[in-house]
Design a binder for this molecule. Structure first.
Ligand SMILES: Nc1ncnc2c1ncn2[C@@H]1O[C@H](COP(=O)(O)OP(=O)(O)O)[C@@H](O)[C@H]1O
Ligand SMILES: O=P(O)(O)OC[C@H]1O[C@](O)(COP(=O)(O)O)[C@@H](O)[C@@H]1O
Ligand SMILES: [Mg+2]
Length: 547
C-alpha cells in the first residue's frame, strides 16, 4: 500500500459516527453501504482486499459496510437485519430486568464502541481497521417468545464444541428467556436430510465434559438453497453455525440467500479450528486444550527416546496449512529438538539439512524429539511418492502421512550409516488430541463466544463471525475470516524464539534470510504480529516501509 495515498484518503474522509440500530438513544448518523468500487477510493486497505476477493464471497464484498472516521479510522461493520428489512420493531433488552446482570454498571455496550485490529501504532500512522464491539444492546429485534433458534456444527472435531453448544442454549434461555432451540444433526446436510433435536438446558447440562459434538458433524453437503428452505419451513429465525473456514464460507452463502429472500433470520458464525488458522481473531477455541494435550505425546516420545541408545521420538501433530499447534507445543515443552511446520520448508540431506542436525544432536545428547505438523514437507512427499491429488468431501486437500514418511526416511538414513545405531518411535496422537473435552480456560472462552453470538443475533446483527480481537470480543464480517488463512510467520519473533529454544536449523539460506527481511510481502504479514502478541515488530517494519 502506498502510504501517501492512504493518508490523503484517510484525511479527506468525512467524520462518521457509528450507527448502532440497537441502541436507540444515541445521536448518530446512518452507516453507509459502500460498494467495492467506491471503497477503492475511500479505503485503500479495503480496496486492496477487494481486488483479492474470490467469487465465493464476491456478493457480500460488493456491499461492504465501511465507515471511515478521522485519523484513518475505519469501521468494517457487520450487516444488520434493518439493512434489508424496513420497519422492524424493537423491544427492551430483557437483560435489564435480569437479577444477575442488572447490577452490572454499564452493562450494555456503548454505541460507539469498536475494537481496533491493530493496537501497536505510530504517533502518525492511521488508526486503521476496527470492528464492532460484541455485547448486549439496549434494544433487541426479537421478542423472547418469537425466537426460534438452531445450532449446527460442521467440519472436523475440536475440543470445546459441546461447550459452545451448551452455552448457546443456556445463554439464550437464562439471559433472554428463549425456550425454542433446535439442534441440526450431522453438519450442513442435517438441515435437509435429518430430523432436528429439541435442545434445552437440561438436555445439555453436562455435555461440556465430553469431547466431540453431541450434534454430530460432517464435511461436504452444503446445499444453500435446501438449507435456507429448511430454515424457512421450520420458522427458524436465529442460526448459530459453529465451524472452520469452510463452514464460515457456507454461513456467508446462507446469509446471502436469506437476505435475498428478505427473511428476518440472523446468521451468526462461531469460528472453530483446532489448527488456529482463522485470521483476525486472537486464537480459536480448543487450541489451548490441543497444545496442552500435545504435551502428553511429546513427553511420551521423550521418555521413549531417552531410554534407548540414540533414541528418536517423532510426534505428528495437526496443522494442515498452519503449524501453530506444533510451534506452541514445542515452545511449551522444551523437550523438543526440532519442530517442522508447513510454513517452513525443510530438507533432509546435505549441509544444513535435517539428517546432519540429527547426527550432531544424537552425538551430543544421545536422544532427540522431533515434532512435525501434518502439513509440513508435503512438497518433499509428492517428490518421493506418487502425488495423490485427492480431496475430502469439503474440497480440502487430503494430505499424505508425513509422520510415517519422515520416520521411514530417518530409519533408511541411519541404516546406511553402519557405525550409528538409532531407535525411532513414532507417535501419532492427532485424533486423540482432537477428541478430548476442552480445558478450563477454553470452557470460559467458549462461554464468552456463545454469549457474544447470542447478544449479536438478538440485537439484529447478522452475517457475522464473533471472536476476540486483541482481547475484546467483536463482530467480524464473514469476508474477513474467509479471505485468508492465519499462518505462522517464520520471520516473526515467535518463530525465532522457537529456533533459539531448539537450536534447530532454520533451513533458510543466508540469501533467503536477507530477502525475507527486505520483501514487502513477508514484512506485511510480519506487521500483523500473527504469531501471537508480537506486534512490537510492527513499528520497526512499518517505519522501514514508510521510509
Ligand atoms: N466454499 C464453500 N461454500 C459453501 N460451503 C462450504 C464451502 N467450503 C466448505 N463448505 C462447507 O462447510 C462445511 C465444513 O467445511 P470443512 O472445510 O470440512 O471444515 P471447516 O469448516 O472446519 O473448515 C462442509 O459442510 C462444507 O461443505
Ligand atoms: O480426518 P478429518 O476429519 O478430515 O480431519 C483432518 C483435518 O482436520 C483438522 O484437524 C482441522 O480441519 P478443519 O478445521 O477443516 O476441520 C486438520 O488439522 C486435519 O487435517
Ligand atoms: Mg478448514
Amino acid at each position: 500500500m502506498d502510504s501517501s495515498i492512504a493518508s490523503s484518503a484517510y484525511v479527506s474522509a468525512p467524520k462518521f459516527r457509528c450507527f448502532d440500530p440497537s441502541n436507540s438513544s444515541s445521536p448518530m448518523s446512518r452507516t453507509r453501504n459502500f460498494s467495492a468500487s467506491s471503497l477503492a477510493s475511500a479505503n485503500p486497505t479495503g480496496a486492496m482486499r477487494a481486488s483479492r476477493s474470490s467469487t465465493d464471497f464476491a456478493t457480500e464484498k460488493d456491499q461492504l459496510k465501511i465507515v471511515p472516521g478521522v485519523a484513518g479510522y475505519v469501521l468494517e461493520d457487520v450487516p444488520h437485519l434493518t439493512d434489508y428489512i424496513s420497519d422492524l420493531s424493537t423491544y427492551p433488552n430483557p437483560l435489564q430486568d435480569n437479577p444477575s446482570y442488572s447490577v452490572v454498571k454499564q452493562y450494555f455496550v456503548n454505541v460507539d464502541d469498536t475494537v481496533a485490529q491493530k493496537i501497536v501504532v505510530h504517533k502518525s500512522s492511521p488508526r486503521g481497521t476496527h470492528f464492532r464491539r460484541a455485547g448486549p444492546r439496549q434494544k433487541v429485534y426479537f421478542e423472547t417468545d418469537d425466537v426460534h433458534a438452531c445450532i449446527v456444527t460442521c467440519g472436523g472435531l475440536c475440543p470445546g464444541l459441546n461447550t459452545v453448544i451448551r452455552e448457546i442454549i443456556c445463554g439464550l434461555n437464562h439471559m433472554y428467556g428463549v425456550k425454542q432451540v433446535l439442534g441440526i444433526e450431522g453438519g450442513y446436510r442435517g438441515f435437509y436430510a435429518r430430523n432436528t433435536i429439541p435442545l434445552t438446558p437440561k438436555v445439555v447440562n453436562d455435555i461440556h465434559k465430553r469431547g466431540g459434538t453431541i450434534l454430530g458433524t460432517s464435511r461436504g453437503g452444503h446445499d444453500t438453497s435446501k438449507i435456507v428452505d429448511s430454515i424457512q419451513d421450520r420458522g427458524i429465525n436465529q442460526v448459530y453455525i459453529i465451524g472452520g473456514d469452510g463452514t464460515q464460507r457456507g454461513a456467508a452463502a446462507i446469509y446471502e440467500e436469506i437476505k435475498r429472500r428478505g427473511l428476518k433470520v440472523a446468521v451468526a458464525g462461531i469460528p472453530k479450528t483446532i489448527d488456529n488458522d482463522i485470521p483476525v481473531i486472537d486464537k480459536s477455541f480448543g487450541f489451548d486444550t490441543a497444545v496442552e494435550e500435545a504435551q502428553r505425546a511429546i513427553n511420551a516420545a521423550h521418555v521413549e527416546a531417552e531410554s534407548v541408545e540414540n533414541g528418536v521420538g517423532v510426534v505428528k501433530l495437526m496443522g494442515r496449512y498452519s503449524g501453530f499447534i506444533a510451534m506452541y507445543a514445542t515452545l511449551a515443552s522444551r523437550d523438543v529438538d526440532c519442530c517442522l511446520i508447513p510454513e517452513s520448508p525443510f530438507y533432509l540431506e546435505g549441509e544444513g539439512g535435517l539428517f546432519e542436525f540429527m547426527e550432531r544432536r544424537l552425538k551430543e545428547n544421545g536422544h532427540m524429539v522431533i515434532v512435525i505438523a501434518e502439513g509440513a514437507g508435503q512438497e518433499l512427499l509428492s517428490e518421493s511418492m506418487r502425488s495423490m491429488d485427492k480431496q475430502d468431501a469439503s474440497g480440502n486437500k487430503l494430505l499424505q502421512d508425513v509422520g510415517l514418511w519422515i520416520s521411514q526416511k530417518i530409519r533408511d538414513h541411519f541404516a546406511s550409516k553402519q557405525r550409528m545405531v538409532m531407535n525411532l518411535k513414532y507417535i501419532d496422537p492427532t485424533y486423540m488430541i482432537r477428541a478430548i473435552p476442552s480445558n478450563a480456560s477454553d470452557n470460559v472462552y467458549c462461554t464468552l463466544l456463545a454469549h457474544s453470538a447470542i447478544h449479536g443475533a438478538m440485537a439484529g446483527y447478522t452475517g457475522f463471525t464473533v471472536g476476540p480481537v486483541n482481547g475484546r470480543h467483536a463482530y467480524i464480517p464473514f469476508y474477513r475470516v474467509i479471505e485468508t488463512q492465519n499462518k505462522v510467520v517464520i520471520t516473526d519473533r515467535m518463530w525465532a524464539r522457537l529456533l533459539s529454544s531448539t537450536n534447530q536449523p532454520s533451513f533458510l539460506s543466508a540469501q533467503e534470510i536477507k530477502e525475507g527481511k527486505r520483501s514487502g510481502d513477508s514484512t506485511a504479514t510480519l506487521l500483523d504480529g500473527d504469531n501471537g502478541g508480537d506486534s512490537e515488530v510492527y513499528t520497526e517494519a512499518q517505519a522501514e516501509k514508510e521510509g
